[in-house]
Design a protein around this ligand. Structure first.
Ligand code: 4AD
Ligand code: MG
Length: 429
């Protein structure tokens, strides 16, 4: 393997060469401080005029922001450096001297940065967010692997809607119609009947005309589905899962969280169990606090934020009215007007990060729901089969990756927690 900045600690006192970009430079007549990055990390290279060849000195002087180079130097321990190391440069071999890099150290507007997302990703902050995103994904797979879940891939082109028909992306499928997947859930239900505990992780699409800091048109969702699991057990898996992910980021991304200026004490607190309130309690609380909302209405972002403010952990809101939730959710046997579901609301105003429920397992009730929701078309017949042949109680949930990463990194808007965001007015780059 080649030498990378993240591994410099293994080479203290030795001369190394690696490829890098220059992201900033300071210099006086006698010394140059080269701020270098290679994707794995950041390090300062120090070029001392009296100690290097004239060629090395001049090559260093030529370097502009985002020039690419091979740098050679001796690795030194340096307490004051964030990574703990510094490089005493002995050689600079430019690959390309970059001219007029558009993103300068000065402030830029959001639209400008979004137009240059392909370059903006190189910045320290965006780099840190992408590293945390990667750690979140890694920790999610780890959790499911350790708990005997099998990863099953759901199709992206589908013949049916699962989360309502209003925000479906439509496309032609030869002579037929198809939709981009809003959720892999229905397929995970089929897979759970074959494999017990399963999960999918893939892109999902919602043609939502929402322009909020929580909405993407294309986002990534992780969707576990579990046979022989009820509503209560479903919540337990969710809180353990989310706690595992957050604790893994704290453990494995200390430098990134520091770069992001994240208040780690708020994250350290994220351990199971999480508080639970019912939809009824949430409505009563909102009404008492001056919000105009009636039983039967869905929560908007301000409602979620008002509720979340009372907790320093994510909070489950359970038992929503059946009317405002998806057709497949199981009614509470004691109170059929509400369903055995929960939304998990993140702290600090980041909103709903998980939607989940126990699913209807009774074939007769499912037939009824099909009729009520006008799902008579053939594309849903296979889903009925799951209730016809060995139906069992089962539950699952979907966690939105970008909202979770936005919360953990303390990033205001989900557009920064995905590499190339698809927004209402943005398909470029
Ligand atoms: O609550 P949702 O719509 O639930 C489902 O799709 C279920 N079928 C999941 C399941 O039970 N398998 O979406 C789940 C999560 C939300 O809580 C949110 O985190 C995220 O997906 N999400 C979005 N994230 C970004 N942009 C959007 N437009 C999102 N819509 C949902
Ligand atoms: Mg939801």
């Amino acid at each position: 393997m080649n030498i990378t900045i993240s591994k410099l600690g293994q080479y203290v006192g030795q001369e190394v060469t690696f490829g890098a970009w220059l992201f900033q430079k300071r210099s006086s007549g006698k010394i140059q401080f080269l701020q270098l990055r290679d994707g794995t990390g950041f390090v300062q290279g120090v070029v001392v005029k009296s100690e290097v060849s004239e060629e090395t000195w001049n090559n260093g002087k030529e370097l502009t922001q985002e020039s690419s180079l091979y740098v050679t130097g001796i690795v030194r321990e340096e307490e004051r450096a964030p990574s703990g190391y510094e490089l005493t440069v002995t050689g600079v071999e430019p690959i390309q001297i970059t001219e007029e890099y558009p993103i300068t150290p000065k402030e830029h507007g959001t639209e400008f940065l979004m137009d240059h997302r392909h370059l903006w990703l190189r910045s320290k902050r965006q780099h840190a967010i992408m590293k945390v995103r990667h750690e979140v994904i890694r920790a999610m797979h780890e959790f499911f692997h350790e708990n005997e879940f099998v990863k099953v891939d759901a199709p992206i082109l589908t013949s049916s809607a699962a989360e309502g028909t209003t925000d479906l992306f439509h496309t032609k499928y030869f002579d037929n119609d198809a939709y981009l997947s809003q959720t892999g859930q229905l397929y995970m239900e089929a897979a759970a009947m074959a494999l017990g505990k399963v999960y999918s992780f893939g892109p999902t699409f919602r043609a939502e005309k929402s322009k909020t800091r929580r909405h993407l048109i294309e986002f990534w969702m992780i969707e576990p589905e579990m046979a022989f699991m009820d509503h209560e057990q479903n919540l337990e898996v969710q809180e353990q899962f989310v706690a595992h992910v957050v604790q893994s980021v704290i453990k494995n991304c200390p430098l990134e969280l520091k770069t992001l200026g994240r208040d780690i004490s708020k994250l350290e607190n994220i351990t199971a169990p999480f508080p639970r309130i019912t939809y009824d309690e949430a409505i009563a609380f909102l009404q008492e606090n001056g919000h105009e909302i009636e039983w039967g209405e869905d929560f908007g972002a301000p409602h979620e934020t008002a509720i979340a403010e009372h907790y320093d952990k994510p909070v489950f809101i359970t038992h929503y009215p059946a009317e405002i939730k998806a057709f497949y959710m199981k009614p509470d046997p004691n109170r059929p007007e509400v369903v055995l579901c929960a939304d998990l609301i993140a702290p600090e105003g980041y909103g709903e990060i998980i939607g989940g429920s126990q699913r209807i397992d009774d074939p007769e009730l499912m037939v009824e729901r099909y009729k009520e929701h006008d799902l008579t078309d053939e594309s849903y017949q296979w889903y009925m089969d799951l209730r016809k042949y060995g139906t069992v109680p089962h539950s699952g949930f979907g966690l939105g990756l970008e909202r979770t990463v936005a919360w953990i990194t303390g990033t205001e808007h989900v557009r920064e927690s995905i590499p190339f965001p698809r927004l209402l007015n943005r398909l470029y780059p």
